[in-house]
Ligand binder design. Structure first.
Ligand SMILES: Nc1ncnc2c1ncn2[C@@H]1O[C@H](COP(=O)(O)OP(=O)(O)O)[C@@H](O)[C@H]1O
Ligand SMILES: [Mg+2]
Length: 165
């Protein structure tokens, strides 16, 4: 997969599969920001990324769910060749209220650690954290084809763009 990568996804499984391919481009400490409306498929995409790491390095199967209430889910994906544990921190800031919550969520700790940090609704953060991320990050934009009047149904396709910024 070469970035930027743009594709149409007609099924949830397709989104997940592409996210697995994208996962193979990632390394420890990377930050991935996901954008798109509620029900767009952000969590599905995260599931694909986590699947890639769990299949590549482990064993244990992680079930990816939306961390909407806890703000963060942590997935342990096994160990790499140098026996370092691969950790993915999955945030969902849809319900983020303030900087206090953000600090308590562990987001800053995750960004400055070796774990892979993923954020749904990262655009709700409202705080400049660019100085604590690497000199690049990845952004995934999922747009739902809403020609049918804004109602999300199972048969609306998604246009997904993956970029390195
Ligand atoms: N092409 C597609 N890609 C991803 N999800 C899809 C697609 N088509 C239908 N869906 C459905 O849309 C929903 C997406 O949910 P989720 O990943 O939780 O969204 P978000 O995290 O953006 O709120 C799922 O129920 C999924 O089955
Ligand atoms: Mg979600």
């Amino acid at each position: 997969m070469n970035l930027p990568f743009k594709f149409i996804s007609k099924f949830p499984e397709e989104t997940e599969q592409r996210a697995e391919e994208f996962g193979s481009l990632l390394s420890c400490g990377d930050f991935i920001l996901l954008k798109g409306r509620l029900g767009a498929g952000k969590t599905k995409f995260v599931s694909g990324m986590v699947n890639f790491f769990c299949q590549a390095y482990d064993s244990r199967y992680n079930i990816v769910t939306s961390p909407t209430f806890s703000l963060m889910n942590r997935y342990f994906c096994g160990r790499d060749k140098s026996n370092k544990e691969i950790i993915i921190d999955h945030f969902d800031f849809y319900r983020l209220k303030n900087l206090y919550d953000l600090e308590n969520s562990g987001f800053f700790d995750s960004l400055s650690s070796d774990s892979i940090t993923i954020a749904e609704w990262g655009d709700k953060i409202g705080f400049d954290y660019t100085n604590i991320i690497k000199n690049y990050y990845f952004e995934v934009n999922i747009a739902v084809n809403e020609a049918e009047g804004g109602v999300i149904t199972e048969n609306l396709y998604r246009e997904i763009i993956i970029e390195k910024k």
